[in-house]
Design a binder for this molecule. Structure first.
Ligand SMILES: *[C@@H]1O[C@H](CO)[C@@H](O)[C@H](O)[C@H]1NC(C)=O
Ligand SMILES: *[C@@H]1O[C@H](CO)[C@@H](O)[C@H](O)[C@H]1NC(C)=O
Ligand SMILES: [Cu+2]
Length: 190
């Protein structure tokens, strides 16, 4: 009975631990910048973002900012109607629900050279496949500096990411079982 309780508690603790949010610094060491032309699509592609994770933008606030925008504005680099604007130079955004979070820098020209990122949270279709075709061409915002939006990157590697997550979970479970065995001297199932 005590062993069962101990195992239950350990498993509960393990699931709490594994569901606590991770902090993702956008661009890793480079941060949020136009220098070096960091490919933020590639940066985001192999991440398994979850609700509760924290997306951290670190940048020089004299040169950049962070705007959360709609998918359309993300694709067209329209900086004119952000949903939210951050400019502290060190902005941490906690993910509250599944979905796409589109961010870009509103400084003229920066989005066009790639300072934009699509944070895809949950098991959703890649943003490259919009569910509805573009409707009657909206009064267009001129694309900045003639660079086409880079919206066409399919992030086709969920298998690798989920395999990693699974092996992590299995490892965790094994560790918990080993601990429980050591703790209670139980024999493993035969
Ligand atoms: C950025 O990376 C994505 C995914 O790896 C790739 O498809 C895309 O072509 C890259 N963009 C540039 C501008 O290199
Ligand atoms: C950014 O803020 C976090 C806390 O929100 C802090 O841990 C981190 O050191 C800060 N980084 C920089 C570069 O200021
Ligand atoms: Cu910028």
């Amino acid at each position: 009975m005590d062993k069962a309780v101990a195992i239950t508690v350990l498993v509960a603790l393990a699931s709490v631990a594994s569901s606590s949010g991770e902090v993702y610094k956008v661009g890793d060491k480079a941060g949020w910048t136009t220098l070096g032309h960091v490919n933020y699509t590639a940066w985001a592609a192999n991440k398994n973002f979850k609700v509760g994770d924290i997306i951290q933008f670190v940048y020089n606030k004299d040169f950049h900012n962070v705007a959360e925008v709609s998918m359309e504005d993300y694709k067209s680099c329209n900086v004119g109607s952000p949903k939210a604007l951050y400019k502290s130079g060190n902005d941490s955004i906690t993910i509250k629900t599944e979905g796409h979070y589109y961010f870009l820098c509103t400084v003229p020209g920066h989005c066009a050279v790639g300072q934009k990122v699509d944070i895809r949270v949950g098991n959703l279709a890649p943003s490259a496949a919009p569910s509805s075709p573009p409707e009657a061409a909206p009064p267009s915002t001129p694309p900045t500096e003639g660079t086409p939006p880079t919206g066409g990157a399919p992030q086709a590697q969920p298998s690798g990411a989920s395999a990693t997550a699974e092996s992590k979970a299995v490892g965790f479970l094994l560790a918990v079982l080993a601990l429980a065995a050591a703790f209670g001297g139980i024999t493993m199932p035969r």
